[in-house]
Design a protein around this ligand. Structure first.
Ligand SMILES: [Zn+2]
Length: 65
């Protein structure tokens, strides 16, 4: 199954990670015109992905002992 959200999430993660590797400002958590959109995109996709994972996790039995 191809999961576009997961692929976009991984691509955003890679782009942000690669940028941080080459950007001292981002490593120091400083504002960065090039990096900020990458991080914003990654965080947004991470939230969507985490929210979706949590929803599917609720169907598991181990959520209620
Ligand atoms: Zn940067």
């Amino acid at each position: 199954m191809t999961d576009r959200l997961f692929i976009a999430y991984m691509a955003a993660f890679e782009a942000a990670t690669r940028h941080v590797g080459n950007c001292p400002a981002c490593r120091d958590n400083l504002p960065c015109k090039a990096g900020d959109p990458l991080h914003a995109r990654f965080l947004r996709l991470q939230q969507v992905w985490t929210a979706r994972s949590n929803v599917s996790g609720k169907h598991r039995r181990d959520s209620t002992p």
